[in-house]
Design a protein around this ligand. Sequence first.
Ligand code: CP
Ligand code: NVA
Length: 306
Amino acid sequence: MAAPIRHFLQFADLTRDEIEHVFARSSIIKDRFKRYEFYQPLRDRTLAMVFEKASTRTRVSFEAGMYQLGGSVIHITTGDSQLGRSEPIEDTARVISRMVDIVMIRTYEHTKIERFAAHSRVPVINGLTNEYHPCQILADIFTFIEQRGSIAGRTVAWIGDANNMAYTWLQAARLLGFTMQVSTPPAYPLDAKLAPPGPHLKVFDSPLDAARGADLVTTDVWTSMGFEAENATRLAAFEDWCVDAEIMQAARPDALFMHCLPAHRGEEVTADVIDGPQSAVWDEAENRLHVQKALMEYLLLGRAIS
Ligand code: CP
Ligand code: NVA
């Protein structure tokens, strides 16, 4: 009997052991890439990328990554496909997954990607939904490990919106054994369904308190894609949740700063922090390429690779 198809819709879809395998492979794949070493285990494989929201990093990293691994890529959007003309997501999944080997989707409600995956014959990867952004957190934790060692037992401060990035960080904290210190404005609390309580989660009223003693301070835009109508209200509500030098000083002296990008300097982070010596944002962005190559390798070939 064929092995069941594995999807990566949420961070917790992989076990801790599998995440550690993907990180180990990411290091090897990154090292080979830096040495211009030919590594094409996905020759003849095709990735379909479905974008219902805008992207720079996700598109370029998946597209470049698949070509580098020897495969090819098809890029479709809502506007240039029948998705924009109300073809059901289930029918789209049935059709696309008979033609390609793996699918990446960026969409709105998480239920939509779950419906796609339920009707797909091939692995489906979440390239961002309203609720989760697991590929970004893979890259961020890989970046932390590269620069600071194991993340187990460490403290990560989340300052800002209770959004897809925050909920994915929280899943990772539970799975990998680190603590999240979270501060959001009072009108934008964590949704308990997406962020169940546990020893991995500490909530603070003040962003400064959340940052105290953190090994990593991280934030994201105040208004995520799909919520643009709330932008003016959010700008006012989030004013005190800007990661600035004072917040970084409350963290450990060797704390890193991370942001998935794109960033708005002067809103969720000041220019001196994001462009300063503690910022790891460009490494995070680059590591999207390496971790996603390792992820596609794992979902398509398992561990039978070298
Ligand atoms: N961080 C991230 O996913 O960036 P894009 O929206 O540019 O893909
Ligand atoms: N939270 C942001 C992340 C963008 C990469 C959004 O969903 O728009």
